[in-house]
Design a protein around this ligand. Sequence first.
Ligand code: ZN
Length: 337
Amino acid sequence: MNEAHGRKPSEGFKKNRADMEIRPPFFPITTRGTIIPMKIFYTDTFTFNLPEGHRFPAKKYSLLRQLVEESSLIPAENLQIPKPAKDEELLRVHTPEYFRRVKEGLLTEKEIRRIGLPWSTELVERSYRSVGATIAACRAALEDGIAASLSGGTHHAHADHGGGYCIFNDAAVAVRAMQAEGRIERAVILDCDVHQGDGTASIFAQDPSVFTFSIHGDRNYPFQKPPSDLDIALPDGTGDETYCEALDVGLEQALDQADADLAIYLAGADPYEDDHFGRLALTKDGLIKRDQMVLEACKGRGIPTAVVMSGGYARKIEDVAEIHFNTVRLTTKIQIE
Ligand SMILES: [Zn+2]
C-alpha cells in the first residue's frame, strides 16, 4: 500500500540553509497583536458553456464562493479575483506546441475528448484564471502563512497534454513561478484528491526540488499512474480510519523528505462515500479530519501552505460545496488558533 518511488530528493538538491533567506513566520502577527486574515481567490465568475447533462460540476464553484461569502470567515476584501496566469508562466511547464494549440483552439478531437470539456475561448480564460488563483494563493501563503483558491487542483494536466477536466497544471505552474521569483527553492505537493496526480508526477519526475505525494484510490482514473515521489494507493471502499492511518504515515514521510519551503494541498472532495467517481468511503467528518491532519502537519513544520480544491463529484452538488467549504473554514481556523 505504501510505496516510496525512486529518488531521494533530500540527497539531490541539498541547499545550504545558511544561504537562504529566513522564512516568514507561518502565522504572522501584526504589531496590533491581531492575526492577518488569509486571502482566498475565486474564478467561478469566468463561466464557460457545457452541454446539457455534462458531468463536470461547474456549479460547485459558485455555491462554494457563496458559502464563503455568507460565512464572513474572512473580510470581504480578502476574497479576490486573481489575475490570469501569464503565458511565460504556463510555458515553464507546458510545451510550446500544446500551449499554442490550447490557446488557438487547435486541439484535436482526441485531445478534447481526453480533457472531457468542449473547447471555447471562455474555457481558456477560465483555465488561465484558475492557474492564476493558485499562483496568487502561493504568493499569499508565502506572505501570510496560509491562503486558498476556491478552484485549482488540475493535476491530470501533463506538460504536453490535458486530461480528466484539466487543461493546465496549476500546482506545477505555481511552483515554478515561486521558484522563478526567488521566493522558494523547494516545494511539496500534497495531493489528497481521490485520483492520482499523474500530470504533476510526470512533470516533476526529474526535478528533485519538488516532492510529489499522492494518496488515492488504486482502481480510479487515471489508469496509467506515473510514479509520484510517494504514492499511497488505497483499495475500493477504504473508510475514515484506514485512510487517516495511511495519510499519517504518508504525510510524515513526504514532509520529512521534501524539506519544502512551500506546500500545495489538493483537498479533493472526491474521496467522499457518495462521490460518483471516487470508489472510497470517507464521511464528511473523515474529510474534515483529513484536512486537519494535513494542515496541522504543515503548520507543525512551519511550511507555508496554499490550499486548492481539486475534484468533487458527489451525487448531490450541495455535498461537494459543503465538503470544500469545510476545508476552507478549517483553513481559516488553523490560522487563527
Ligand atoms: Zn479527482
